[in-house]
Design a protein around this ligand. Structure first.
Ligand code: GAL
Length: 717
């Protein structure tokens, strides 16, 4: 017989544990137009979106159409087991999913298992990467974010539950040729090693609309300063003030574009760990160094890692505010503490920003495990080694971005670790990995997860590889040569020097288009460089070839997928199809509508796969029918404040078209207070069917850097 007391205790225990074992009902709240949030268990007091300090762009979100919750609410299931949160989201048969971090080899993520972990990319898409963003986008037009600063494991359509709604067919491998090692799974299942988390769902009619919501909720994409979109050269380590002045001169002598120079290790009096103090032997007068370069229109960007050297002046101030473990004998400042951030700010503003430094390259905040702090490290703020690993890149981006914002000055820099919520942060991700093809896949994938990525050029074995890499970096968020180790220059291969200059100049000529594309990122949440799977009318379905059963290469008969990972859109109108060393021709998959060659305006195809052989000098570029591309004449640098340049407007194809050309002062954040111009460009047919272009007048008193005279180029004859 159980006593009354025992009965009460048992009932109480059942009340506490049963909901967890049975699963918890999630309560979804529509927090913005088409964005739902739910909290599971106990939310933690550190999250990715908090670390990024996001400020949702509510007005822009309100302008999007309304959206429906993407599946019946009760299809999202959750449990807390063993102190960890289990989540389950439904998948339908035809659905594909994208995102889940900055992947380098794959675009389709359904059927993969990943542990999302900030790390240096190690050559496998297993979740360990520079921006392991726990956000996925569905081809059905919605996105899911798990806002936890944890090593999250995602089973993206792999696990098969006994109670699956849509069960796979039972097959006998002895006799059934369609037997598969990975039978059909109807769910994405996620394991968050914490007692709770916040979850967001972003609705949409298309995958792009879900991505727009994600970016706008994060504050809208960043608009780089105009100079940030010009060419940048990172000089070799240990270069002095004089060497750098000489380098700038060489760019002028070679008539090669240059807007900013990256100063690699050598400017600190000690590096790895860093002092953040100028080395006076190499940089006797940093203020003069910056101002002399600026006279030639060139800005400087400083490399650093955040590990503070014991011989630097910041060390005694930060010692009590740092982690239990060191990195290269430097202390790891706890950036969750306001006091730490204040100490950094005071030093950096005084010694760098006030001397004219325009931005930073923040290195080594991603990994490797063997030298970054271990998970057993503790931080004075109380956050764990794991939590800090997942957010450190975001924290340092946000901290440094704010210093510039407070001065009403835009910056544009580089970072090696990021995470969810980064859309509005002024940083581009790079790494030490160097596969040209995989760099392009990363560029494709960056568009799903609200980050920017540069396929930086460092060195090449052949002139052909050099040119092909230069061509693709000029069609990316940052046109950069990183010569820190190799001392390469754009003209390192004289046989292709002219072709390298041509493509760099083409980028400079396209700045009005590229800048307007970034304004769409900011105001509408549209990523500037876009995966084909985000493009409307791109109907090239995933082709799954059944693998052949084979005792060595494919013993489990795993299906082979084909995915589009080597072409992308730059803005609304230009399709970029980079070529790689050794290729004489390549296939390009054209979305719906007619497409035209960028260079000669000729029709190339429509909703079909074409093969192009453009020769070495050209990167294949295609423009959609009616596509308008605003350009400017060749100039070595982005326009200066107040400078007016001529406008050249190209039109492609036979259809009418329209385009919004965006402009602002190119330097400050005044555009956020309405100090910008949108002019409407239209190409219409007159009564005789001839195409005629018009451009609206810019509003008086608002920044606008184009001359009145416009040259129209109707490229398709
Ligand atoms: C690496 C970084 C390189 C370069 C180098 C300088 O970690 O990825 O781009 O900056 O450090 O030591």
């Amino acid at each position: 017989m159980i006593s009354k007391f025992h009965f009460i205790v048992i009932c109480a225990l059942l009340a506490v544990y049963c909901p967890q074992l049975k699963g918890q009902e999630l309560k979804w709240t529509e927090i913005e137009n088409g964005i739902w949030k739910a909290s599971v268990g106990e939310s933690e007091d550190i999250s990715l979106l908090q670390a990024a300090d996001i400020r949702p762009k509510v007005n822009a979100l309100d302008k999007l159409p309304t959206a429906n919750f993407p599946f019946p609410e009760d299809r999202v299931k959750t449990k807390i087991v063993d102190g960890k949160t289990y989540l389950q989201f439904p998948l339908t048969r035809e659905e594909q999913i994208y995102g889940l971090g900055l992947n380098f080899k794959t675009v389709h993520q359904r059927g993969r298992i990943m542990q999302l972990h900030v790390d240096h990319y190690g050559g496998r898409d297993d979740g360990r990467t520079h921006a392991p963003v726990p956000f996925y986008v569905s081809s059905r037009g919605y996105g899911v974010l798990i806002d936890a600063a944890r090593y999250i494991t995602v089973y993206a359509g792999t696990g098969i539950r006994v109670d699956a709604d849509d069960k796979p067919v039972l097959r006998d491998r002895n006799t059934d040729p369609h037997w598969q090692a990975q039978p059909y799974s109807d769910a994405v299942e996620i394991l968050v090693p914490a007692k709770g988390t916040d979850v967001y769902i972003y609705g949409g009619a298309t995958p792009m609309e879900a991505v727009q919501r994600y970016n706008l909720y994060n504050g809208g994409g960043y608009i780089p300063p105009k100079w940030g979109l010009g060419f940048t050269q990172r000089v070799p380590t240990l270069y002095s003030q004089e060497d750098i002045a000489q380098e700038a001169q060489e760019f002028e002598d070679h008539d090669f574009p240059l807007d900013f120079i990256g100063v690699e290790p050598g400017w600190h009096s000690m590096a790895y760990p860093c002092t953040f103090e100028w080395d006076r032997t190499r940089f006797p007068d940093p203020k003069k160094f910056n101002s002399e370069l600026l006279k030639d229109g060139i800005r400087t960007n400083l490399w650093l890692n955040p590990y503070v050297s014991p011989v630097g002046s910041l060390y005694p101030k930060l010692k009590g505010l740092s982690a239990s473990h060191t990195v290269w004998n430097g202390i790891v400042p706890d950036l969750m503490l306001a006091e730490t951030r204040d100490i950094f700010k005071e030093h950096f503003v005084q010694n760098h920003l006030n001397l004219g430094v325009s931005g930073y390259k923040i290195d080594e905040v991603d990994g490797f495990d063997f030298w970054i702090w271990p998970d057993v490290a503790t931080f004075p703020s109380g956050y764990s080694g794991e939590q800090m690993r997942q957010v450190y890149g975001l924290l340092i981006q946000d901290m440094t971005a704010k210093w510039f914002k407070e001065r009403n000055q835009r910056t544009y820099g580089l970072v090696r670790a990021s995470n969810a919520g980064a859309s509005s942060l002024p940083y581009v991700i790079y790494n030490d990995y160097y596969s040209h093809k995989d760099f392009i896949t990363a560029l494709v994938n960056s568009s799903f997860i609200g980050v920017l990525w540069t396929p930086e050029v460092r060195a090449s074995k052949t002139a052909e590889e050099w040119l092909r890499r230069m061509q693709s970096v000029c069609f990316s968020p940052m046109a950069m040569l990183n010569a820190w180790a190799d001392g390469t220059k754009p003209w390192s291969f004289p046989e292709v020097e002219a072709a390298v200059r041509d493509v760099a100049n083409l980028r400079m000529r396209l700045l009005p288009y590229i800048y307007s594309t970034f304004s769409q990122y900011h105001f509408e949440g549209l990523p500037p460089f876009r995966a084909m799977n985000l493009v409307e009318g791109f109907s090239y379905d995933q082709q799954v070839a059944e693998g052949e059963l084979d005792s060595t290469d494919n013993p489990y008969k795993v299906a082979i997928k084909s995915e589009i990972k080597d072409q992308y859109m730059m803005g609304d109108n230009i399709l970029v199809a980079p070529m790689f060393e050794g290729e004489k021709e390549r296939k390009v998959i054209l979305p719906k509508g007619k497409w035209f060659d960028f260079y000669d305006g000729k029709f190339v195809g429509e909703n079909e796969v074409i093969t192009v052989a453009p020769g070495l000098e050209k990167i294949p570029l295609f423009v959609r029918d009616g596509g308008i591309i605003p350009m400017r004449p060749v100039q070595r640098q982005a326009p200066k404040l107040g400078e007016k340049v001529d406008l050249i407007i190209r039109h492609y194809g036979t259809s009418e078209g329209e385009y919004t050309l965006y402009d602002d002062d190119g330097l400050s954040f005044d555009f956020e207070k309405g100090q910008f111009t949108n002019v409407e460009i239209q190409v219409k047919k007159d009564r005789k069917g001839k195409l005629v272009g018009t451009i609206s007048s810019p509003e008086k008193g608002k920044p606008y850097s184009y001359n009145k005279k416009v040259t129209w180029e109707f490229k398709t004859k």
